[in-house]
Design a protein around this ligand. Structure first.
Ligand code: FDA
Length: 302
């Protein structure tokens, strides 16, 4: 089955569909790649992953993009989540998307929200990752990271290897944990590598340099070529296993997840939950349709 990327991206961005998806629940198969819409649905998913030897990083898919009230709800959800992580002794970190916490509304308003979450997470010994979105949001996100890391050491970020600037950024932020990804947004040639080969090569180059620097690195890719190369590299260079983890998207490649855990590698899964699941689901569908179609049509999920 093939699905046109442009069509799926259009569906992901369609406001009416996004709004109505909240009423459908996660019935159209999104349950295979998200952990439901509520904390009650999320917790057993995390417990099951932890039981299988997998760490987690949880992201709340909430709607704080354009209104302060929505951003404040997202903040409250994260505070509750942090308390639950401790109460249930979950092996979990949290991931924040700054646009959901008000980045497009007002930088200072967003900063106050993020700071409150990071401070609470710090008090409860929970690690926080600031996610990176499209190019226009990258600089303000790094600015926020810089302000946060002055006061807290439980915060790290994402570097997107498709950006030319990634090499400088990864050097600049060598004092915080890094999640290295290829990059998921359509970006112009003026700022980003365009071909799969260029992105793959830059990812590998940055990753191998980063692993030698001893900074904790989440290797966030499903690319088996890169994963196999890392396995060889960490053995050769005697990189300690507490300096990195492989990180996968929830529900995408359980076979790989089981294989990594079976081989004794540290493995983490990025677990999204929340009412705004629809555009996440459609964007992942646009990226690699076979991941989703295989899940939705071959497996009973609800
Ligand atoms: P890619 O899609 O490039 O595929 C490469 C090869 O890997 C394929 O040809 C295939 O051989 C193999 N492969 C991939 N998926 C497979 C599967 N499911 N089963 C079997 N083989 C498979 N992006 C961003 O811009 N900002 C962010 O903050 C984040 N955050 C993030 C967190 C985590 C934990 C992950 C894993 C990813 C992100 N991303 C992201 C998304 C990221 O930028 C990228 O778009 C996707 O991970 C897809 O790239 P990959 O390297 O995983 O494989």
């Amino acid at each position: 089955m093939s699905v046109g990327k442009d069509v799926v991206t259009y569906l992901a961005e369609n406001e009416w569909l996004n709004e109505n998806a909240k009423r459908w629940g996660t019935k159209i198969g999104a349950r295979a790649i998200t952990a439901g819409t509520t904390l009650t649905e999320l917790i057993p998913v995390i417990q099951k992953l932890n039981y299988a030897g997998v760490r987690t990083s949880i992201v709340y898919l909430g709607d704080g993009l354009y209104e302060k009230a929505g951003a404040l709800e997202v903040k409250e959800q994260y505070i509750q989540l942090i308390h639950l992580i401790q109460e249930k002794a979950l092996d979990a970190t949290i991931t924040l998307q700054l646009t959901q916490l008000g980045l497009d509304i007002d930088f200072e308003f967003c900063y106050e929200n993020v700071k409150e979450i990071v401070a609470e997470a710090y008090a409860y010994d929970v690690q926080v990752t600031i996610e990176m979105e499209d190019y226009g949001h990258v600089q303000p996100s790094f600015r926020m990271l810089e302000q946060l890391k002055e006061a807290y050491d439980n915060v790290g970020t994402v570097i997107q290897a498709y950006f030319y600037r990634a090499e400088e950024d990864i050097k600049k932020y060598k004092d915080v944990p890094i999640r290295l990804v290829k990059g998921a947004y359509d970006e112009p040639i003026s700022v980003a590598y365009q071909t799969k080969e260029e992105i793959h090569d830059n990812y590998k180059k940055l990753l191998l340099e980063q692993l030698q620097n001893g900074i904790f690195t989440s290797i966030a890719t499903h690319d088996r070529d890169i994963i196999e190369e890392v396995k060889r590299f960490v053995q050769e260079q005697e990189i300690p296993f507490d300096a990195f983890e492989f990180q996968l998207l929830y529900g995408f490649d359980e076979e790989l997840q089981e294989q990594l855990v079976g081989e004794g590698y540290p493995c983490s899964v990025y677990v999204p939950y929340g009412e705004e699941w629809y555009s996440y689901f459609m964007n992942r569908l646009a990226e690699r349709p076979q991941n989703i179609t295989k899940k939705v049509f071959n497996k009973k999920t609800n």
